[in-house]
Write a protein that binds this ligand. Structure first.
Ligand code: PEP
Ligand code: MN
Length: 365
């Protein structure tokens, strides 16, 4: 498929975002929680000299209508104060036209559209209507599902509304199973976006990719190695007390240490990433999913093991297994997988499941 029928009209990032340091870092809490938390975090980030833009969620897209939903309009006042005190541009997430209206009223510098909004073209369309005439940069996060067209579609809609100061934010994607990441990075997708739209800056959000502090540094380094254009990192003055995304927020001092540890290598042509690096990254993601699925299958075998024990059923059921293996060979064969390979693979999986079930059955209650 060709994307050339719609060329984005973009202003170069240098014309609207002046980084105070390299790499460009957007930092701040997942949510604005109180005036003190916002000001203390902003002060520490400002004093680090590494953060170019202060971010904070004001309206939080929570899975359930319980707990903290964001500070709302009150939070915008705190961000205005950050902007005035530290002369740092401030950024918030907007999900509905009313958010855009309020962000405009409080002179918020940058708006971003979150992953849950980008999945719905109707929501993006409504939002972009309210963006018309608003001369503010807009960041577009990737949708939750790994669909590059949905991401490009949202960017195109924002661009069509007259916004030329656009950056994409890569925050990872939901894979088939849970891996060590909260959201699979699937680097091949932002790299493909970069190949299609080389003028558009792409900012990596390692916080939502990792979901945990321990993985942040590696993702930041990978983002630098892939020559992405910046980092958006969640930072909270007291992460263990955070009201949202408690496991992934770091203190401003930790953020500073991570940035200092990054190795900035010589620039390569982005095109050259389109070969082995990208393919290997894709294989990494696929293997992670494969391992996740395998673990899920083993959990299921264990559940069945308990059932067999309670009901006095032998773990080995040759007739049933014969039926299963034939079905798997025919199913896998229709995707072009070799019969012998499938037989060996499923024999191995079966042996491991039986071993686990025998352990359960032998174990005294
Ligand atoms: C956020 O950045 O706080 C956020 C809600 O992110 P996402 O839309 O990527 O989940
Ligand atoms: Mn968050």
């Amino acid at each position: 498929m060709s994307y050339s029928q719609y060329l984005l009209e973009l202003s170069p990032i240098q014309s609207w975002l002046k980084p105070v340091a390299i790499p460009l870092v957007i930092g701040g809490p997942c949510s604005a929680e109180s005036f003190k938390q916002v000001m203390d975090t902003a002060r520490a980030l400002f004093e680090s000299g590494k953060v170019s833009v202060f971010r904070a969620g004001i309206w939080k897209p929570r899975s359930r209508p319980l707990g903290f939903q964001g500070a709302g309009e009150e939070g915008l006042k705190w961000l205005s104060k950050v902007k005035k005190t530290f002369k740092m541009p401030v950024a918030v997430e907007v999900a509905i036209p009313r958010h855009v209206e309020l962000a405009d009223k409080y002179d918020i510098d940058i708006l971003w559209i979150g992953a849950r909004t980008v999945v719905n073209p109707f929501s993006v369309e409504e939002l972009t209507k309210s963006l018309k005439g608003i001369e503010r940069p807009v960041f577009v996060k990737n949708p939750i599902n790994p669909d590059i067209n949905l991401w490009i579609g949202a960017i195109e809609r924002v661009n069509k509304a007259g916004i030329k100061k656009i950056a994409a934010i890569h925050r990872g994607f939901q894979g088939l199973t849970r891996t060590k990441y909260r959201n699979e990075p699937m680097w091949e997708i932002p790299l493909e976006l970069k190949r299609l739209f080389p003028e558009m800056p792409i900012i990596t959000d390692p916080s939502h990719i990792s979901g945990s502090r321990a993985l942040l540094k590696d993702i930041c380094q990978k983002s630098i190695d892939f020559q992405m254009d910046g980092l958006m990192i969640e930072s909270h003055i007291n992460p263990s007390k955070a009201l949202t995304d408690i496991d992934q927020q770091i203190t401003p001092a930790e953020l500073s240490r991570i940035i200092d540890s990054l190795i900035i290598r010589k620039k390569r042509k982005t095109k050259s990433f389109n070969t082995l690096d990208v393919l290997r990254n894709e294989i990494d993601s696929i293997d992670h999913e494969l391992l996740g699925i395998l673990a899920k299958r083993m959990e299921m075998a264990i559940k069945i093991g308990h059932y067999k024990k309670e009901n006095n059923i032998d773990p080995i059921q040759p007739k049933h297994w014969k039926k299963i293996i034939e079905e798997r060979i025919s199913f896998g064969g229709s995707s072009g997988l070799d019969e012998e390979f499938l037989r060996e693979l499923f024999d191995l999986i079966h042996q491991e499941s039986i071993k686990k079930q025998n352990d359960i059955i032998k174990k005294k209650d």
